[in-house]
Write a protein that binds this ligand. Structure first.
Ligand code: DC
Length: 194
């Protein structure tokens, strides 16, 4: 059975939580594609060389979840050759036997336009910044500024900008509990599988 759930959206909208929950619920494999870009940014040196030589060890680094790693990822993600180097791996993962959930920015639009389910998980910049701040602490205004800066870069780039696919179902987590957001995603997937 080949079945892809593409989950796109901006930073800290809840994509990761929803992706892990639906993958566990349906027994699908899960790929957090942001981790690929974070690993490229963290590797340093020429980002294209880093993307072409990415290995499991790079993805296991402990510093990939930091705000700095997110900003570095967003910066290398504008480079078309970096994106191109990561396409095949993501496509193979998406269409592998057994079902897959991929979360990122361009899964429903570029990596897997044929995905059986496309979700666009979003929330206001203020809500997302507050969530990030609860995780990382520091200066709240600075965290909000970084969220807005990363949104602008991810949505404004020429290559594979962040935007909902035309046929994506939008889930706005600004006012939804985690459980309600997961239930909404599960309902969309169940409808598509029926
Ligand atoms: O989802 P995340 O915060 O881990 O993503 C980090 C950055 O990586 C994000 O700001 C933009 C980039 N990214 C991307 O361009 N395409 C993806 N499919 C996933 C992430």
């Amino acid at each position: 059975m080949i079945f892809t759930v593409a989950i796109d959206g901006p930073a800290a909208a809840g994509k990761g939580t929803i992706s892990r929950a639906v993958a566990a619920r349906f027994g699908f494999a899960h790929l957090d594609t942001g981790l690929l870009y974070r690993a490229v940014g963290a590797k340093g040196g020429d980002p294209v060389v880093a993307a072409l030589s990415l290995c499991a060890e790079d993805l296991a680094r402990e510093d990939l979840r930091s705000l700095a790693a997110g900003q570095a990822a967003s910066r290398v993600a504008v480079i078309p050759q970096v994106r191109a180097a990561l396409v095949d791996f993501q496509r193979r993962f998406a269409r592998a036997e057994g079902g897959a959930v991929l979360d990122g920015r361009d899964i429903g639009t570029v990596i897997c336009p044929e995905a059986e389910v496309k979700l666009y998980v979003t929330a206001s910049a203020e809500v997302r910044a507050h969530r990030r701040w609860l995780e990382v602490g520091g200066d709240a205004a600075q965290v909000l500024a970084e969220v807005i800066e990363r949104d602008a870069r991810d949505m404004g780039r020429v290559e594979a900008p962040l935007k909902p696919a035309a046929d994506a179902v939008v889930i706005d987590t600004s006012v939804l509990s985690i459980d309600a957001a997961i239930a909404a995603a599960v309902a969309v997937i169940e409808r598509a599988r029926a």
